[in-house]
Design a binder for this molecule. Structure first.
Ligand code: PMV
Length: 309
């Protein structure tokens, strides 16, 4: 019996990096998906080859941790560039964990979110469950927003994250991909070191948490100009934390005259930026002129789904 699943990529609207330290953050699933087909087989294979742990660390981890059955033939296919800050590894974890659960009894979303997070954490060394939760739940999610009904709660050591669904108003977001591949783990580690060694870094992380709470209110009120201002302010704080780069700053600067706000999204160091805009074509053109790859995203996308069983 073969199972096919898919899960969406995501963008972080506000709060990346600070969320690793338990601060609030907001993420939206986007219309780029990761697909996974799993079928019992006579040998363990990924896309027709033996699993190479260097090439497929998440797959290796998930099979080792979550699968007790016989060999599997796994095929994977992604519309989300890896290292783009758009949650490709989280979508992989959600779709593969989801497929294994569907093969052995049934897909439970809260459990899939926990398993997907364990895999990201296991491979990256440190992470928050924001990306994997967005890939599992779809739509819009807020992490550690007081007063909301949680979809699920996840904790590790001294940190805990409560994940809830949020309403997302009609708005247009343009993503600009720098083309620079930036793995998340080293950037998260860099912020952790900075937080330990610089007395202002903790304040900056707190400020990101505060502006994310403001952003959640702006989203709820449908106040897009305010949301845009907060996104731009968030970019400045992320730059102070040292996770922006020349390419990202260039795309943010280019998009701003045509946008309500713009910021890097995801881990930074390359990857992508996002602009909230009422002039998407002009924002796309400005991003393209600076060497970025722009696309208008659709939000409100479904989370992990079993597409064929
Ligand atoms: O760049 P991405 O898609 O891996 O996003 C990472 C978001 C961080 O806050 C930087 C890390 C995390 O796990 O929360």
């Amino acid at each position: 019996m073969a199972i096919t699943t898919s899960a969406p990529g995501k963008l972080i609207l506000l709060g990346e990096h600070a969320v690793v330290f338990g601060k609030p953050a907001i993420a939206l699933a986007i219309n780029r998906r990761f697909r996974c087909r799993v079928e019992p087989s006579e040998a363990m294979r990924v896309n027709g080859r033996e699993i190479d742990p260097a090439k497929h660390p998440y797959t290796r981890f998930i099979i080792d941790e979550q699968w007790e059955g016989g060999p599997l033939d796994i095929s994977m296919d992604s519309e989300i560039p890896s290292g783009s800050g758009l949650g490709s590894s989280a979508a992989l974890c959600a779709s593969l964990s989801g497929a294994l659960m569907a093969m052995s009894g049934g897909l439970d979303l809260a459990e899939c979110a926990r398993r997907s997070f364990s895999a990201e954490l296991g491979v990256q060394g440190s992470a928050s469950p924001i990306d994997t939760s967005a890939a599992v739940s779809g739509g819009g999610i807020a992490v550690n927003l007081e007063g909301q009904d949680p979809l699920w709660e996840i904790s590790r050591g001294e940190r805990s994250w409560s994940i809830g669904a949020i309403e997302v108003p009609e708005m247009t977001l343009v993503v600009g991909y720098t083309g620079v591949n930036a793995p998340t783990g080293p950037l998260v580690a860099k912020v952790a070191r900075y937080r330990e060694s610089n007395i202002f870094a903790r304040d900056v992380i707190d400020e990101i948490g505060d502006l994310t709470l403001e952003g959640a209110k702006a989203l709820e009120a449908g106040d897009l100009p305010r949301l845009g201002e907060l996104m731009t302010a968030n970019h400045k704080l992320l730059s102070i934390l040292g996770v922006s780069c020349r390419e990202l700053d260039r795309l943010v600067q280019a998009a701003l005259p045509h946008s309500l706000g713009a910021k890097l999204t995801g881990a930074g160091g390359g990857g992508s930026m996002v602009a909230l805009t009422e002039s998407p074509q002009q924002a796309c053109e400005a991003i393209r002129r600076q060497g970025g790859v722009p696309f208008i995203v659709r939000t409100g996308e479904p989370g992990v789904t079993v597409d064929e069983a």
